[in-house]
Write a protein of this length. Structure first.
Length: 268
């Protein structure tokens, strides 16, 4: 296939590169990334996260640093505003701690505010956390979370769908939210205004067939109230209700052994 597509001169824009040179360049990139501890997986690799094959926005390539890509069906995304309130930060930390104590992987986007609180609380509880970032894996954004990103890479997992040196863009973060939604069995939205990326993720999660849990904090916004009666949406007025909703969702999620032999994640 590559030989048929590369090196053709009978096209509008002739490509005079050779297949061998392209393969050599790609092999050099892979070796350099591997030396830095970066894993690269394509969607057809066995250890590519199976649940991501179930979404329309499945990244063809995934770059990762950390404990390796593995079946992770019991993963919950905890997301919210960058400019979070003190109450929102408290709720995010409490939810993440409770999830970690249940052996549930906490997924978030490494942004300031709610994301940071969720990651840090999970780590403090000795749990597993996965950071889905909106830049290349060699980048640190925001810069203030560089140490946190490195710590997650040491004890958890950092993943990116973007080329390793890719800078942040306005488009990359909604794309990141789609992957975060696809990776997780459900999304918990702690706080999110009308223009928040967490609102985008809630919409994407429902499109992916993943449940969404909305807190009382987020129900102050019109977008959240418009979501409240949709199938798959749970409204929790306190941490106890929230964890009851999450436990109910996880009871219906297949475990890793049950997923073996299935090419795709089973949508809820």
């Amino acid at each position: 296939m590559l030989a048929r597509l590369v090196g053709r001169a009978d096209t509008l824009f002739p490509d005079t590169r050779s297949v061998d040179s392209l393969i050599e360049a790609a092999a050099g990139d892979l070796l350099a990334w591997q030396a830095e501890g970066v894993t690269v997986r394509a969607f057809f690799d066995e250890d590519y996260p199976a649940q991501l094959r179930d979404i329309r926005e499945m990244p063809p390539l995934l770059f990762a640093r950390g404990g390796g890509l593995r079946p992770d069906p019991r993963a919950i995304a905890v997301v919210g505003s960058r400019e979070a309130s003190d109450r929102g930060l408290e709720v995010a930390g409490s939810v993440a701690t409770s999830l970690a104590s249940r052996g549930v992987t906490v997924v978030s986007g490494l942004a300031e505010g709610i994301d940071t609180a969720a990651h840090e609380a999970t780590l403090a509880a000795g749990g597993r956390t996965v950071a889905v970032i909106g830049t290349g894996i060699r980048r640190h954004y925001p810069a203030a979370n560089q140490a946190l990103q490195e710590h997650i890479a040491d004890v958890g997992l950092v993943i990116s769908q973007f080329w390793p040196d890719a800078a942040p863009t306005r488009q990359s973060f909604p794309m990141r939210n789609a992957v975060m939604s696809g990776y997780a069995a459900a999304t918990v939205v702690v706080e999110a205004g009308e223009r928040s990326g967490a609102r985008i993720q809630a919409r994407l999660a429902l499109q992916h067939g993943r449940p969404v849990v909305l807190t009382g904090q987020v129900m102050r916004h019109e977008w959240a109230r418009s979501f409240a009666d949709r199938p798959g949406v749970h409204v929790a007025r306190g941490t106890v209700e929230l964890m009851e909703a999450v436990d109910g969702i996880l009871d219906r999620v297949p475990t890793a052994p049950e997923l073996e032999g299935f090419p795709e994640f089973v949508s809820l």
